[in-house]
Design a protein around this ligand. Structure first.
Ligand code: UDP
Length: 477
């Protein structure tokens, strides 16, 4: 019997590459042959930041690359992310098809038995169908965000979208309009379903693309979600009506820790698009338990110079020590990362903060010194924080981040939400409360335990991974 062979095709951003790589490592550990497909642009970028070894692969795990279809001049555009979405969905199908054919003709490589894209890559599901191959899709967000994004179509049909008037964007309409008919979800404001509701344009690309992509996931033979049964039981049950098979296998980081030895990990490496600073871990080692605020806004969020200053003084005024991971392009207008911070702030916080540009976030969140996380609520960050039992101060701004924030603050009781307009007093106040409040800490520890149970042998995520491997194996038999 040939080994099952999964071609894993992540959307080319950290939020999808990271969980896809974690999943690929887990499957490889279980005897699945992996072809992990980056875009040529990211392949080169990983080689430049992490080193060529990161994408060299090893026995049964190969890295491949296809063009992302974007012309070089568009890489610096303000709407880079949407441009990338348009390019991949229009121009990647043919290169992927050619890659699968080439893999099938390569001596020593088992025939491809499953195409496994992440969300936003539904063209790969069409390729699978055309080639007569089974497919599974990894939705990189929460189950609730998938349900919400699938329902954008119905919101359009029922006349909620596009918004009738530009004033609806600012007059409270988005918060006041409560949607109480989404299966498996508590009543939720229009605002919290997705940032893509914020349009008056009937032909808005972001809205159209997300409707197509979320609903496009149903074309896959199975849905894989980086969440766990207890965390999202209601919405998972409701999604069950729309998918033939759902595998919840989260938190992926926790599941990996039950399967991978250090030796395994180093050989496939990480795929960081930024140079990682590990010195901050040594700084954390010197701090008291649960005393440090960790702040980070993920790989895409950008701040204005004013927002940066408000966050900076908010962190300083909280009175707590803090670790702040700031990408070089966090404030694009300044383009200078850490040097955009006011000198008075640097002087005032000397000795009680650690500033870095990109850190090993999962390790940071699991460090005993970390007591709260100021986050943009990207799903990976949110899930990593839940798994580590760290309360959150939430500042969502894009796509599914609003839904994640709602669940964090109102359903799981592990966070506090900041207003859209950043004010240092509120940042300082929420940070103090999140790091000091007993009740929130207890809730966070409760979810951490549940996450650990799900990922341990006998737990729902652990067992789902085994079932997934069995399903992959039965196709190749
Ligand atoms: N991340 C990291 N170091 C950093 C910042 C982020 O390793 O300094 C990782 C983080 O652990 C997460 C991913 O990058 O896995 C960000 O994904 P998320 O879904 O939270 O946000 P996005 O970048 O997609 O907005």
């Amino acid at each position: 019997m040939a080994m099952p062979h999964a071609v894993v095709v992540p959307y080319p951003g950290s939020g999808n590459i990271n969980p896809a790589l974690q999943l690929a490592k887990l499957l490889h550990r279980h005897g699945v042959y992996i072809s992990f497909v980056n875009t040529e642009h990211n392949h080169r970028r990983v080689q430049a930041t992490v080193g060529a070894a990161a994408v060299r692969g090893r026995e049964g795990f190969r890295f491949e690359a296809i063009p992302d279809g974007l012309v070089e001049a568009d890489r610096d555009a303000g709407d880079y992310d949407l441009g990338l979405s348009a390019a991949t969905s229009h121009r990647c199908a043919q290169p992927l098809k050619e890659l699968v054919r080439r893999l099938n003709g390569t001596a020593g490589v088992p025939p491809v038995t499953c195409v496994m894209p992440t969300a936003l890559m539904s063209f790969a599901l069409d390729v699978a169908r055309e080639l007569g191959l089974p497919s599974m899709v990894l939705w990189g967000g929460s189950a609730a965000s998938l349900m919400g994004h699938m329902r954008l179509r119905e919101l359009q049909e029922r006349g909620y979208l596009p918004l009738k008037d530009k004033s609806f964007l600012t007059n409270g309409h988005l918060d006041k309009t409560v949607i109480d008919w989404i299966p498996g979800m508590p009543p939720i404001s229009l605002n919290d379903i997705s940032s893509f509701v914020r349009t008056t344009d009937p032909d808005d690309f972001g809205l159209r693309f997300n409707i197509l992509e979320a609903n496009g996931c149903t074309k896959a033979g199975a849905l894989i979600v980086n969440t766990f049964q207890d965390l999202e039981a209601d919405v998972l049950e409701a999604l069950g009506a729309e998918y033939p098979r759902i595998y919840t296998i989260g938190p992926l980081g926790s599941l990996l820790s039950h399967h991978i030895t250090d030796d395994d990990d180093s050989s496939t490496g990480g795929l960081s698009l930024w140079k990682q600073d590990t010195d901050c871990l040594a700084w954390l080692d010197k701090q008291e338990p649960s005393s440090v605020v960790y702040a980070n806004f993920g790989s895409l969020t950008v701040l204005t110079a004013d927002q940066l200053v408000e966050f900076a003084w908010g962190l300083a005024d909280s009175g707590h020590r803090f670790l702040w991971s700031m990408r070089d392009n966090l404030v694009p207008s300044d383009g200078a990362g850490l040097s955009s911070l006011p000198p008075e702030f640097i002087a005032a916080t000397a000795g009680r903060c650690c500033l870095t540009t990109w850190c090993p976030q999962e390790e940071v969140l699991r460090h005993p010194a970390v007591g709260c996380f100021v986050t943009h609520n990207g799903w990976n960050s949110t899930c990593e924080s839940v798994a580590a039992g760290v309360p959150m101060v939430c500042w969502p701004g894009f796509a599914d981040q609003y839904t994640n924030c709602k669940y964090v603050c109102e359903v799981w009781g592990v966070g506090l939400r900041l207003d859209d307009v950043v004010r240092r007093e509120q940042v300082a106040g929420h940070v103090k409360q999140a790091i000091e409040a007993e009740e929130m800490r207890r809730s966070a520890m409760g979810w951490k335990e549940k996450a650990e149970d799900a990922a341990a042998p006998g737990g729902s995520s652990y067992e789902n991974l085994q079932s997934m491997v069995t399903a992959l194996g039965s196709v190749s038999a």
